[in-house]
Design a binder for this molecule. Sequence first.
Ligand code: PXG
Length: 295
Amino acid sequence: MGIKININGKYYDKKDAKISVFDHGLLYGDGVFEGIRSYSRLVFKLKEHVDRLYESAKSIMLEIPMSKQQMAKAVISTLKANKLKDAYIRLVVTRGEGDLGLDPRKCKGNATVIIIADKIALYPEQHPEQLCKKGLEIITVPTIRNLPEALNPQIKSLNYLNNILAKIEAVNCGFQEAIMLDSLGYVAECTGDNIFIVKRGELYTPPQCMGTLRGITRDTILDIARKKRLGAHEHVLTRHEVYISDEVFLTGTAAEVIPVVKVDGRKIGDGKPGKTTLMLMKEYKKLTKKEGVRY
Ligand code: PXG
């Protein structure tokens, strides 16, 4: 049996799950999304993801035709319908069907709400366990992160070309992930993950004010670190500080916590995943096993 996709509250087989070519989500990337994970029938940080979805929608004046509670329930129903224990959930809300003009007022019907629940596929080139053991090699790419004054990175919009261009640059050079800088040249984040460094046992991650999404995994790691009484700072970072750090790791819903062992050809620490990173990976895993909304 294939997966069932929820579109506006109705379930469709994968091959029949289709939306209009006039949907402004397709025509203009006019819409918002979230990526959520569930672990052993526990949806991790569901409230935080739903809240962020509604914040993104509010910012682009997109009215989601259901309450947050209904959205959370719809996520749970979709997981149950697909009988998935461990899943990756993609929530997508588009402006809906309009005409060929930009004007969102032409999308007269409701927004389109899509919920896909599937198995997780991450950095398919490498086995996840191997990735965590060996760590990732990444590079800085020329494409800078969107200016917050132009398209604020806090909005998880359907227009991800900024990140996709950076990803293409990384892949062209033979790397799986890229560091994106902000317009001032400070480290912003990676294409779909936040970045942390560890220096003398303390954590540093860029603040959300420039080109950095306030990642939910990022916040979770900051929480864990503070509970462990590690120094954890939101601070601007230069590439130099990344190069001379003891450890580097990335965080994201899909990736969880991934060690980085080389940046722009510079070996980080001793070139192996660091002990703070390994501890945080373990603590994060523990949390995903005990926290969340059960279904
Ligand atoms: N930065 C960006 C630009 C992101 O898109 C994160 C950081 C991490 O945020 P969370 O809240 O997940 O800790 C993201 C979100 C995917 C995929 O399929 C993942 C994201 C975005 C798009 C696709 O792996 N991550």
